[in-house]
Design a protein. Sequence first.
Length: 154
Amino acid sequence: MGLLKAGIGALSGVLADSWRDYFYCDALSSDILAARGFKKVDKRSSNTKGSDNVISNGSIINVNEGQCVLIVDNGKVAEICAEAGEFVYDQSSEPSIFYGNLGDSIMQTFKEIGKRFTFGGSAPVDQRVYFINTKEIMSNRYGTTSPIPFRVVD
């Protein structure tokens, strides 16, 4: 019974995570240095059962002005983008049936089902999106109690 549950969990998990996702971050105020990105899910979404820590191949990340995005894959920084606009993440280890070559995507999806089966049906990855505030933080007090003169020495 446990093997059947793991197989069903692996199949349903891979299919739920194979949708392309859209990540965003609201405007970061001047007192926030970094924030975690959110998946856009609304009442019209078909993908309501996808894992929070899985970014499928071909997902789009919206980078606002004054922000930098860091994509972390299993604790390692996989991508950095500081250019405003939509960033397509196409280096993910999680396949998507809806992005790239269909034949290759289907083969990668079956491999992912086998990998998840060995982990009891759950995703063996932890992928996250972080947004870094790159705007100048005004009135940020630091330094010494008395001013230090700045001199250029030839």
